[in-house]
Design a protein around this ligand. Structure first.
Ligand SMILES: [Zn+2]
Length: 586
């Protein structure tokens, strides 16, 4: 019977080019070899199973190769390469620090360093899991690392860089190995499957890759496991049955039910999942990733964060089109809460069921004006919400202008909403609904609710207010605006108070000014306009200033003129003159 070799060993890369998913590192190493600028010590760090030891071995082989290719790959034919391949080389020493971490182990290694290589140029010492060395061993090693013979190269590998003492770190050239992407792993699994004459469905390999969480070695051992279970054909169904993975379909149909508030469907499906032997929390965390993937799919810029196959990507994009961000955020919040509470809940199934029902409830229109309840969701994302009077709009208390004025002061810039209306189509609401346009000041901490509301606001249609107002109303607010500006800009306030404003047709407010400077102050004029719009609850108001000539203050020359001028200020004078029959020769 043919001896079984695990795939991770059988398909261990022999050259830099075959290393999966670490192109940045392999090309740097090749360049360093080509230019002969090799450091004395290297530190390879990164998660397990991503190719640290493999790269260390390839490097050891390549720098000793007698006949390397122009691309700086080992020839695999020369004496040195052959002995490497047969694990018979005297130039490579591997020490697993996990099991050999004593001072004596390191001393034995240091003793070997003194002997120069017999064949080839370099002696390479690979110390795996170097963070496991005892501190005494580290110290014993430090001296050698500081002044190594020119033919000695050290490659230290670790999954936990933070445990390496700084004196060691500072003497090494550090390479950070990344988790291998799902796509890269899938590609490699396809290659291995082809070599092994195993037929494998793409989605099956995708599940394996995701389960491996960035570690190629783990992916290959899962692959081996699947081959031994299902022979020469690996199907998606086999894999999810064997790996205790919940089918994507469950999440897609569950989410579809939630969007339609189909509580029956959700509960039955949850029952089915639990009946199939899945743990409730397993399902909840899976749902979290599903919702997250939907959220990520909404924006083309973030779809790159999806580590899935193209077909699955399309499915996510399709479903994401049917849910708005507010729904997804709220659902994630509920899911997260359920996940947190799961461990300490005494009735775990009920907890999950409640959470699922809550998510179903998100899409239902709320009966009251509770601002925490998200708005009814439109099925298609392109449809903006036109119903301004929906309960999602924060509601202020009163329609009376005086009270509204109070609310307005709390929100410093309740800009006329019509200006930001991009489509030009606005809903006109009458006086009864006027107060809804006034944003109630929010209290409390920042929470996801705030994010939800912000998301909802995007869908809001700007409001046009069109209340009629009387001359008295206008005068009242005109004067109060002038009064509040008396301190800060007295000339402006006085100019406003000099002439009474008038309502001409269609909410045009006409007023006289005798000074061009006043009109030039756009900032104040706009502030006046906004103030009137807000307080008179009418966003259609416009200002129509009329420049008039100021009455010229003529100099009084004659006695009569002097008297007239004085009398204009003091009417008693005229009375005095008439009563006494005086003449104007004063
Ligand atoms: Zn060679």
């Amino acid at each position: 019977m043919e001896q079984f070799i695990v795939s991770a060993r059988k398909y261990r890369p022999a050259t830099f080019d075959m290393v999966v998913g670490q192109t940045a590192i392999t090309s740097t190493l090749k360049n360093a070899i080509r230019n002969n600028i090799l450091a004395q010590a290297f530190l390879f760090t990164g998660p397990r199973g991503v190719g640290k030891t493999t790269c260390a071995r390839i490097m050891a082989k390549t720098i000793n190769c007698l006949n390397p290719s122009p691309e700086m790959e080992a020839c695999d034919k020369c004496e040195s390469c052959v002995s490497f391949r047969n694990s018979a080389s005297f130039n490579i020493h591997e020490l697993d620090a996990a099991s050999n971490n004593s001072v004596d182990d390191i001393r034995a290694l240091v003793d070997q360093v003194r002997i120069p290589p017999q064949v080839g140029k370099y002696k390479i010492y690979i110390i795996d899991e170097v963070h496991m060395l005892s501190s005494a061993a580290f110290n014993a090693f430090l001296k050698t690392l500081e002044e190594p013979p020119s033919y000695a190269k050290f490659i230290l590998a670790t999954t936990e860089k933070h445990k390496i003492i700084p004196t060691i770190l500072s003497r090494c050239q550090i390479f950070d190995f990344k988790r291998i992407t799902v796509d890269d792993i899938v590609q490699h699994l396809h290659y291995v499957a082809q070599k092994e004459n195993v037929e494998a469905e793409h989605d099956a390999l995708n599940i394996i890759a995701q389960k491996a969480d960035g570690a190629l070695r783990d992916a290959l051992s899962i692959f081996d496991q699947m081959v031994s279970f299902s022979g020469s054909s690996i199907s998606y169904k086999n894999v999810i049955d064997n790996l205790n993975v919940l089918d994507y379909d469950y999440y897609f149909s569950m989410t579809a039910d939630m969007l339609q508030s189909n509580t029956t469907g959700v509960l039955l499906r949850l029952n089915e999942i639990i009946d199939n032997g899945f743990d409730g929390q397993h399902f909840v965390t899976g749902l979290g990733s599903h919702l997250r993937n939907l959220l990520v799919s909404k924006d083309p810029a973030t779809t790159s964060l999806l580590e899935t196959s193209q077909s699955l990507r399309d499915r996510y994009a399709n479903q994401a089109a049917f849910c708005n961000s507010a729904f997804l955020l709220k659902a994630l919040e509920i899911q997260n809460q359920c996940d947190l509470n799961y461990a300490r809940s005494s009735s775990k199934r009920l907890l999950v069921e409640i959470a699922m029902l809550q998510i179903c409830g998100i899409t239902k229109p709320a009966p009251s004006d509770d601002h925490k309840t998200p708005a009814p969701l439109a099925a298609a994302p392109a449809t903006p919400q036109v119903n301004v009077a929906a309960p999602s709009v924060p509601v202020a208390k009163s329609t009376a202008p005086a009270n509204v004025a109070h609310a307005v002061q709390a929100t410093p810039n309740p800009a006329p909403l019509i200006r930001s209306n991009p489509t030009g189509s606005a809903t006109v609401i009458q006086k009864e609904n006027v107060a809804q346009a006034v944003v109630k000041p929010k209290t409390g901490m920042f929470s996801i609710n705030a994010a939800l509301e912000a998301a909802e606001k995007k869908d809001e249609v700007p409001v046009v207010l069109e209340s009629s107002f009387s001359k008295t109303d206008l005068n009242h607010f005109w004067n109060s605006f002038a009064q509040t500006h008396k301190e800060s800009s007295p000339s402006f306030a006085l100019a406003l108070l000099k002439y009474e404003p008038e309502i001409s047709s269609d909410y045009v407010i006409r007023f006289k000014v005798d000074n061009n400077l006043l009109l030039a102050d756009k900032l104040k004029m706009n502030a006046l306009l906004d103030f009137l719009k807000n307080n008179l609850s009418n966003t259609l108001i416009t200002l129509d200033p009329v420049l008039v000539e100021a009455p010229v203050d003529k100099e009084a020359y004659t006695d009569r003129e002097k008297f007239e001028k004085m009398a204009a200020h003091r009417p008693m004078l005229r009375l005095f003159k008439d009563e006494l029959g005086l003449e104007a020769e004063i």
